[in-house]
Design a protein. Structure first.
Length: 119
């Protein structure tokens, strides 16, 4: 039985997964940088989750932290756009109630809509 095809598929899947994590991390990094320098903004927690993301499992926690931070400090439209793109990349948006980050993704979408209306 030739298992080479399985190994190749696993390598491609792992590479695609890593590429997705890299894109998502880039979007979260961009969002994180937008409110930097504003008074009262505490970014180290989100930064810690982003820096310790060897397995991709910390990106959702970083997303949650950034949504909470943006909500507390009236983040700009571009911040919410970055987070919305990250949420879509992580497949956090949708109807599945079992997803643990659904609340943060929904809050992100509401804040994005509100910021878009303001200009």
């Amino acid at each position: 039985m030739d298992r080479t095809g399985d190994t190749d598929a696993m390598t491609v899947d792992r590479e695609a997964l890593q590429a997705g994590w890299n894109r998502t991390r880039g979007r979260l990094d961009t969002a994180r940088a937008r409110p930097a320098g504003r008074p009262g903004i505490d970014l180290p927690v989100a930064l810690d989750f982003l820096e310790h993301n060897e397995l991709g499992n910390e990106l959702g926690l970083a997303f949650d932290c950034l949504v909470d931070l943006g909500d507390e400090h009236d983040a700009p439209l571009a911040f919410w756009q970055d987070l919305d793109r990250a949420a879509r990349e992580m497949r956090l948006c949708g109807d599945a109630v079992h997803k643990p980050h659904l609340t943060s993704a929904d809050l992100c979408r509401r804040r994005l809509a509100a910021a878009s209306e303001q200009g």
